[in-house]
Write a protein that binds this ligand. Sequence first.
Ligand code: NAP
Length: 288
Amino acid sequence: MTAQLISGTHLSQQIRRDLSQRVAALTARGRQPGLAVILVGDDPASAVYVRNKVKACADTGVLSVLEQYPASLPEAELLARIQALNADPRIHGILVQMPLPKHIQPQRVIEAISVAKDVDGYSVQSAGDLMAGLPGFRPCTPYGCMKLIESTGVSLKGKHAVVIGRSNTVGKPMALLLLQANATVTICHSATPDLGLFTRQADLVVAAVGRRNTLTADMVKPGAIVIDVGMNRVPEGEPDAGKLCGDVDFDGVAGLASWITPVPGGVGPMTITMLLSNTVESAERVAT
Ligand code: NAP
């Protein structure tokens, strides 16, 4: 392996230490940051994500208010709860865990959250703020990826960045953040005919696809920075079956890249850390 590892676990710990101090300062002024987490239904993966977020709040001193509802909750009742939390001065961030049951329209729910408390950065207003280069909450996963890239000390100015994936929560905001950092950005997706043609030109590749081995060594320019957002499982019948893996063939690509994130321990820990960061920032905005 020639690449240096970008450890999201390590960077997360550093950022959380700094956040804990900011939380303590706010709490001392009677303004403890508060995050409301809403879980509707009993999806087991969502329950794990929510538990991790609540634990991260406790570890950092952020107040968390967990609201759990059955899958049958009417949409109108969920919207009414969000309105109440919008008006609650103890709460500085509101997160509704996705996916929601089929009878609830996710965009309607996201738009009901006050922009000032939209710490996931998923609303149309927050997306527009990012697009226009205005202050606002950035979606946590791409925001965390930017922090990982910054931690290498490599400037993105004039570099060619290729983002694989164009979801509203990862790929698109990632591309906009890279553009803001003065990279030249290419976005690839499932209809891109020859992915390698683009990635081989890239100084930085961000893979956010959800498909194992999407990026292999033959697709990477020597010395590139590689950020792996993917979260997949090794299929049954293969060595390491069931283990968590990313979108990048780590062993092959690490032999060529200059910097690379592992899975697990790369982007994953940063997502919750940036959620905490947005919540603390929201509380600081109110407090000043
Ligand atoms: P998504 O909404 O399913 O989007 C996947 C994107 O990949 C789509 O834009 C799709 O293109 C593109 N794609 C699919 N197959 C492709 C191919 N063969 N070549 C090139 N592009 C292809 O997923 P997401 O929410 O963005 O998440 C992506 C991955 O990141 C998933 O594994 C997810 O679990 C993971 N993730 C991790 C974290 C974390 O905290 N670590 C957070 C969020 C997501 P089309 O648009 O054309 O369909």
